[in-house]
Design a protein around this ligand. Structure first.
Ligand code: CTP
Length: 480
């Protein structure tokens, strides 16, 4: 699919677009696509689509990009940042930072100091950022084309990574003798800096004073972290924050979406559990954790305070979520219980129903001619049932029902048996490819109704569920 970057939208239009996208449960990028689709196909102005209902043509309209899918509606998607790279060995990490921001849908423009060019080449930075790199205050071509003032004004955020002690000193004292410092002085956008320097430089009273001045000026910091330095034998505080930490800090600063679940404490389970048989073998359910992780991440984006209890998965911990890693159903049950009291429980994990009655401490060996031994199984705790019947029951309890037949009947039976408020039923027959795949088709079932949604990506499914959770809390808090 072709990608278009739209620049210079005024703030009002951006805000209206953001609200419209949130209302329709779409990312900004999807919303723009829908608007364009509508305008092009009708030949007239776009119409507002109703919020997602099982409309037949919906899946046609919403095709979500790879960016959104893998990184689940990163709050900075569709925004632009100006990255200023100053001269330190950590400049090599800026290349990774650019890549990670861009794959999350952030447009990155770069300014480099002369010293930065000693560590990474402008050509490498430009190739990864996908555009021209600016470095010369006196470059007539780029000054005419863009101008050092517009460079920062067109960005939603200015990032300085790495920020050397020298550039921090210039910023603190308003010096502007090169492009980077001139851009920073002429800037009226929020600034995030990722300091990187030798620990003695960071500890030096001059740097301490400069850092305090910058913080008082409203500049945000990420890091520095402690650890070994590039110089041999040097260690201490001064390492630049890792690119993913910077990406998380950028996401927080760029996140201006409404937060309807602020103040709600949620616990989410995700992934499979592994029930050991011996040190090398285990019993497990098929589950990638993609759906549970997407729900935890989306709840956090809507402002909830989320604890994710995750079985073994190959996924990064979602941004903005406290993640507890467990192996077995019993560990998962006690991690969930430890979160009580809370307002919301969403139990997505594919918990293994049984475990081996005994766990061998040594690897069980084949015995010649005897054939396989038999395994005695015992039942695991049913976590959703325990949550649904708990004296401390969360106000809203949501479970999943993974079924291969009689979807609705089985899901309704689970709703009752486990005392859940909603069951999200999905067909996990192997031919559907839900287990491990990126798409899902669900029905949201409560005591009275069944709402079937079309086939959607797991991120979109998460948005649909979380939208309804937010509506439920809005209704049930207002009338309380
Ligand atoms: N669940 C749970 N603890 C278990 C088993 C299931 O918390 N030991 C939760 C799941 O996280 C899901 C719901 O219960 O939210 C239904 O899970 P599912 O595997 O579909 O149902 P089971 O109760 O295991 O019933 P069955 O396997 O007979 O379909």
């Amino acid at each position: 699919m072709a990608s278009i970057t739209i620049r210079n939208l005024d703030d009002e239009t951006k805000q209206a677009l953001r609200e419209r996208a949130a209302q329709n449960g779409r990312s900004m990028e999807q919303e723009v696509r829908c608007l364009l689709d509508d305008a092009v196909s009708s030949g007239s102005g776009p119409e507002q689509k109703p919020r997602l209902n099982p409309a037949q043509d919906y899946t046609e309209t919403v095709s979500i990009s790879a960016v959104d899918e893998e990184f689940g509606n990163y709050p900075g998607a569709g925004k632009s940042v100006l990255l200023i790279i100053s001269g330190g060995i950590a400049a090599y990490k800026s290349l990774d930072l650019i890549r990670r921001l861009r794959e999350r849908g952030v447009e990155v423009r770069c300014v480099m100091t002369d010293a930065a060019a000693q560590f990474v080449t402008p050509m490498a930075v430009g190739a990864i950022a996908g555009g021209q790199v600016f470095s010369d205050l006196w470059d007539r071509a780029s000054e005419q084309d863009i101008g050092h003032i517009r460079l920062s004004r067109e960005a939603d955020l200015v990032i300085v990574a790495p920020a050397t002690a020298d550039l921090m000193a210039k910023m603190a004292h308003g010096l502007a003798d090169d492009l980077a410092s001139a851009v920073l002085l002429a800037n009226n956008r929020p600034v995030l800096i990722a300091p990187a320097m030798n620990p003695q430089m960071w500890a030096n009273p001059a740097t301490r004073r400069n850092a305090a001045l910058l913080a008082a000026d409203g500049i945000s910091f990420v890091g520095p972290a402690s650890g070994e330095m590039a110089e041999s034998g040097e260690a201490g505080r001064g390492r630049m924050a890792e690119p993913l930490e910077i990406v998380a800090a950028v996401g927080k600063l760029l996140d201006d979406r409404p937060r309807p679940l602020a103040g709600i404490r949620a616990v989410v389970t995700s992934g499979p559990t592994h029930e050991p048989i011996d040190p090398v073998r285990y019993i497990a359910n098929r589950s990638s954790g993609k759906q549970g992780h997407a729900i935890a991440r989306t709840l956090a984006q809507y402002g909830a305070d989320v604890t994710l209890v995750s079985g073994p998965v190959n996924l990064p911990d979602p941004d903005g979520v406290e993640t507890i890693h467990v192996e077995t159903a019993r560990e998962m049950a006690s991690a969930v219980e430890a979160q009580f009291p809370c307002d919301l429980a969403v139990m997505v994990a594919a918990v293994a129903d049984w475990r081996s009655a005994a766990t061998a401490t040594e690897k069980m060996k084949k015995q010649d001619g005897k054939g396989p031994g038999s395994l005695e199984l015992v039942e695991n705790p049913d976590i959703l049932k325990m949550v649904g019947h708990s004296a401390d029951r969360p106000r809203l309890v949501v479970g999943f029902a993974a079924e291969t037949q009689n979807l609705e009947t089985n899901a309704r039976a689970k709703l009752k048996r486990k005392n859940a408020d909603w069951i999200i039923a999905n067909d996990v027959s192997p031919e559907g490819g839900v287990m491990g795949g990126d798409r899902n088709q669900i029905a949201i079932i409560d005591a009275k109704t069944t709402l079937k949604l079309p086939d959607l990506s797991k991120t979109e499914v998460a948005t649909q569920i979380v939208e309804r959770i937010a509506d439920w809390f809005a209704e049930n808090t207002a009338s309380a």
